[in-house]
Ligand binder design. Structure first.
Ligand code: SF4
Length: 364
């Protein structure tokens, strides 16, 4: 494992603004979003889910606003939500106006779908007055017919043209608090659409693979799609879309950001794949370390390596770690061996070293 001293990912320069307290754009960390799947009219259930997502590490929450009752419920939801709330609205300008009036910190609406010009003007004027950012959300499954005809179907260029049309409508009214998403369930399509759009504007981008699927497939699709773009410096907020309970989305999103070194909170475990040199039950130990350190807030790289010959060397980037021997193992901190303990004491011994690091405040 190579030690690196430089920032490898250079974020694309974007406009910067805030959604509630959360900064959006290259001057701020890439943020994690999710969406409630409760009935927004059920205020208690929606707030309960938002709180759980916030505890897990979600930073911006989107709620569906399908009707006026849901738009009215936003007043209570926004008032009690620990996270800034983005109202997800399709077509109906009245819902957008009610959402803005009720204090949402962001809107997701495509201005080209609102209809009459005067309706668009009213929504944009209200958003301007309250400085409410708008996300334009282009989805490969719902492109305008004229664009589909022009490009002969769904292409990255078609998605970008659709997004630019919506952007143009907002810009003509002097509105620039814009972020854009170009989601598709086909990963190469969404990657190329985002790349193309990123070359043409400096608006921040919200990344996502839509209809990614259940946890296993959705995690991989999102990691590849979102991860590829983030590695190229493209993307300012992300949402991992998984079918079902939204809570696992946050864990996956955090792992993607941690993997790329874009967010550093929490523990990252580096564990070796094991080979013929390994004489301890490494998979069990790694699982125990993961379980034990799951809720640690401090940024810490922990190595769990199968052997002492190569382990500490291979894991020199780690803050501390375990390297196995025959029925025993060593605990090393910053590459230096601290203790040798029996196999069944390794996790506890590691935990004691973590407590010591935590107490000393050696980590920022
Ligand atoms: Fe094999 Fe040791 Fe490397 Fe693990 S750390 S893969 S056991 S050589």
């Amino acid at each position: 494992m190579e030690e690196t001293k430089t920032e490898l990912i250079k974020r694309r320069k974007t406009k910067n603004f805030k959604i509630g307290p959360v900064g959006i754009g290259h001057e701020f960390p890439v943020s994690i979003q999710s969406m409630t799947n409760t009935d927004t009219r059920d205020i208690d259930a929606t707030l309960k889910q938002i709180r759980k997502l916030a505890e897990e590490g979600c930073e911006i929450i989107r709620v569906a606003v399908p009707d006026q009752e849901a738009a009215e419920a936003l007043s209570s939801i926004v008032g009690s939500s620990p996270l800034p709330v983005v109202a997800d609205i399709h077509f109906d300008y009245k819902l957008a106006l009610t959402a803005i009036k009720n204090g949402v910190q962001g809107l997701r609406i495509n201005p080209g779908n609102i209809g009459a010009q005067w309706k668009v003007r009213e929504v944009v004027k209200a958003a301007l007055d309250k400085k409410t950012p708008i996300r334009i959300g282009v989805n490969s499954g719902s492109l305008e017919k004229s664009i589909l005809d022009k490009y002969g179907g769904v292409t990255p260029e078609a998605m970008v043209e659709s997004a630019l049309k919506h952007v143009d409508i907002l810009e003509k009214q002097g509105f620039s608090l814009i972020k854009v998403s170009l989601k598709a369930s086909l990963v190469p399509l969404m990657i190329e659409a985002y790349r193309l759009f990123a070359q043409k504007t400096d608006y921040p981008l919200h990344l996502g693979v839509t209809e990614a699927g259940l946890v296993n497939q959705g995690t991989i699709k999102s990691a590849v799609g979102i991860g590829t773009l983030l590695a190229e410096g493209i993307g300012d907020t992300i949402r991992v879309s998984l079918t079902g309970d939204p809570l696992p989305e946050i864990k996956v999103a955090r792992e993607i950001l941690k993997t790329l070194g874009l967010r550093k909170q929490g523990v990252e475990i580096i564990s070796c794949p094991t080979c013929g040199r390994c004489r301890i039950d490494l998979a069990k130990i790694a699982a125990q370390v993961e379980e034990r350190t799951r809720d640690l807030p401090m940024p810490l790289k922990i190595a769990v390596m199968g052997c002492a010959v190569n382990g500490p060397g291979e894991a020199r980037e780690a803050d501390l770690g375990i390297a196995g021997g025959d029925g025993e193992g060593i605990i090393f901190v910053k590459g230096v061996v601290k203790r040798k303990v029996p196999e069944d004491m390794l996790v506890q011994a590691l935990w004691e070293e973590i407590a010591e690091i935590s107490e000393k405040g050696e980590k920022e």
